[in-house]
Write a protein that binds this ligand. Structure first.
Ligand code: PLP
Length: 450
C-alpha cells in the first residue's frame, strides 16, 4: 500500500478528471500499481480483472512486452521529431501504411493528433475548411446527439450531449444541434418497432435540418456505438438512412471511432458493423492499445482534394500539433496494429463477444433490477432499473450504478458505471473463463446492492 502521505498528496493536489472533487478529498485515490495481462493490481496488492480495458483503451491488456520493446527501440533510435513543414519519420510512415490498409476509406489521407478530443476537434476544423474550400463558408453548424461523448476540449465538450459536460461551463452554442439518442429502450414510444423508431428519428432529424437551414450545417458527428452515453447500439438501418439523409442535404458525416475502432464491434471499424461510409473518422484509444497518447483522423480523398487546394491557396494548411506523428507513439501504435492482425482482434471480438453476451443474458436477463442488456462485439452495457415493467429508473441520488461498481471492486473486477449503466469493454486478450468470472462477479455485485 502506498504510504499514507502519498495518498494524502493525491487528495490534496490532484484535480481528477471526471471525478467529484469533494468526495475525492474524503475518499482518496484508487491507486493502480501494476498490470498483468487483463489484470491490474492496486496499491494493497489486490488483483482485479479489468473489465473496461481501463477507459475503453487497453485492448492488449496492461503490460504487453512487445509494445514496451517497440517504445524502447524507438526511444533509442529517435525519441522526438515533428511533422510540420514536410517533416516525417519512419515510425509514422509505417503506422500510416497500416492504418490505410484497413481503412474503409480508400484512398485516404491521415492526420495525427494526441487524443480523441483533439482528433474530433480536428475533424470539425477540417469540415469547416472543406466547406470554405468549396465556397460554402456559411456551412458552420454541427449536428451531434444527446448522450454523445466526443471529448473535453472546448469543441469536444460542445459536441458532447451529456449535461454534466456543459453545466457551469457556459459552453452551450447555437452552432451545435443535438439530435435524439438512437436508443429504442429509452427513447422509443410505447409499442414502437425498431424500424418505426429509426424512421421517426430520421424524420425528426430532417425537420431539425430544415428548420436550421441545410446551408448552415457543415457536418454531423456520431459514434457508431455511443460508449460513455451508455453503450447505445443504434437500430439497424439507422446509419444507412442517416447517410442518405445527410447526402440529400449536402452535410458531411463524421464517425467518432475512438471507442469502436480497431475491432471493438466485431469489424475493424464501427462504420463497417453498421454499414455506412463516413466522410472522415477519428481514432484514438485502441490505436496504441492506450499505451501512449496518439489519435488520428482518416479523411476521404474527395475531402482531401478540396482541403489540399485550399491549403495551397492559403500558403499552407493552418492546423497541426507539436506531437502529430510523434515517432515513439507511432512506433507503439504500429506494433499494436501488427499484434491486432496476429491475434485476429476482429475474430476474437466476435467470438468472445458472443460468449460475453450469452453469459450476461444467462446470468442477468431475468434479474428484477436489470432493464436492458445491450451491446455488439466485445462491448456491452447493463442498465439497472427500479421497475422492469415500467422501465422506471432509480432516483439519481440513490447512485445505484456507483454502488454496484464499488461492489464489483470488492469482488475483484473493475467495471465502469455511467449512471445506472454498467459498461463492459474487456481487452481482446481476455479468456472465456475470465469473461464468465466477470459476469458472475457482476451478478453477485448487483445482488449485494439489493
Ligand atoms: N470520443 C469518444 C467516443 C470517447 O469515448 C472519448 C473518450 O472517452 C473521446 C472521444 C475523447 O478522447 P480523449 O479523452 O482521448 O480526448
Amino acid at each position: 500500500m502506498l504510504h499514507n502521505s502519498a495518498r494524502a498528496i493525491d487528495m490534496s493536489l490532484h484535480l481528477h478528471s471526471q471525478t467529484d472533487p469533494r468526495r475525492h478529498e474524503q475518499e482518496g485515490p484508487f491507486v493502480i500499481s501494476s498490470g498483468d495481462g487483463v489484470h491490474v493490481h492496486d496499491d494493497t496488492g489486490k488483483r482485479y480483472i479489468e473489465g473496461m480495458a481501463g477507459l475503453w483503451t487497453a485492448s492488449l491488456g496492461f503490460n504487453d512486452a512487445r509494445l514496451a520493446a517497440a517504445a524502447g527501440a524507438q526511444f533509442a533510435r529517435l525519441a522526438n521529431y515533428h511533422t510540420f513543414n514536410h517533416r516525417s519519420n519512419e515510425a509514422c510512415i509505417d503506422l500510416m501504411e497500416q492504418i490505410a490498409a484497413i481503412s474503409p476509406l480508400a484512398p485516404c489521407k491521415i492526420f495525427f493528433a494526441n487524443s480523441g478530443s483533439e482528433a474530433n476537434d480536428s475533424m470539425i476544423r477540417l469540415a469547416w475548411y472543406y466547406q470554405a474550400a468549396r465556397g460554402m463558408p456559411h456551412k458552420r453548424r454541427i449536428i451531434s446527439r444527446q448522450g454523445a461523448f466526443h471529448g473535453s476540449t472546448v469543441m469536444g465538450a460542445l459536441l458532447s450531449g451529456l449535461p454534466h459536460m456543459h453545466r457551469s461551463f457556459g459552453t452551450n452554442s447555437d452552432d451545435i444541434l443535438y439530435a435524439t439518442k438512437p436508443h429504442l429502450y429509452r427513447e422509443g414510444h410505447e409499442g414502437e418497432s425498431e424500424d418505426d423508431f429509426a424512421d421517426r428519428l430520421i424524420h425528426e432529424l430532417e425537420a431539425m435540418i430544415l428548420k436550421a437551414g441545410p446551408d448552415t450545417i457543415a457536418a454531423m458527428i456520431a459514434e457508431p456505438v455511443m460508449a460513455a452515453g451508455g453503450v447505445i447500439v443504434p437500430p439497424r438501418d439507422y446509419f444507412a438512412r442517416l447517410r442518405q439523409l445527410l447526402d440529400r442535404h449536402d452535410i458531411l458525416l463524421l464517425a467518432d471511432e475512438v471507442v469502436c475502432g480497431f475491432g471493438r464491434t466485431g469489424n475493424w471499424f464501427g462504420s463497417q458493423t453498421f454499414d455506412f461510409v463516413p466522410d472522415m473518422f477519428s481514432v484514438a484509444k485502441g490505436l496504441s492499445s492506450g499505451y501512449l497518447p496518439i489519435a488520428a483522423v482518416v479523411v476521404s480523398d474527395r475531402l482531401y482534394q478540396a482541403i489540399a487546394d485550399e491549403g495551397h491557396r492559403n500558403g499552407g494548411f493552418g492546423h497541426g500539433f507539436t506531437y502529430s506523428g510523434h515517432p515513439v507513439t507511432s512506433a507503439v501504435a504500429a506494433e499494436a496494429l501488427r499484434i491486432y492482425h496476429e491475434i485476429d482482434v476482429v475474430g476474437r471480438a466476435r467470438a468472445l463477444g458472443s460468449h460475453m453476451h450469452a453469459a450476461l443474458h444467462e446470468a442477468l436477463a431475468d434479474h428484477p433490477m436489470v432493464g436492458e442488456i445491450r451491446g455488439v462485439g466485445l462491448i456491452a452495457g447493463v442498465e439497472l432499473v427500479a421497475d422492469r415493467r415500467t422501465r422506471q429508473s432509480f432516483p439519481a441520488e440513490a447512485k445505484v450504478g456507483a454502488q454496484v461498481e464499488r461492489a464489483c471492486r470488492a469482488r475483484g473486477i473493475i467495471l465502469r458505471n455511467m449512471g445506472d449503466v454498467l459498461a463492459l469493454c474487456p481487452p481482446y486478450i481476455v479468456e472465456p473463463e475470465q469473461l464468465d468470472e466477470l459476469v458472475h462477479a457482476l451478478a453477485l455485485a448487483i445482488e449485494d446492492t439489493r
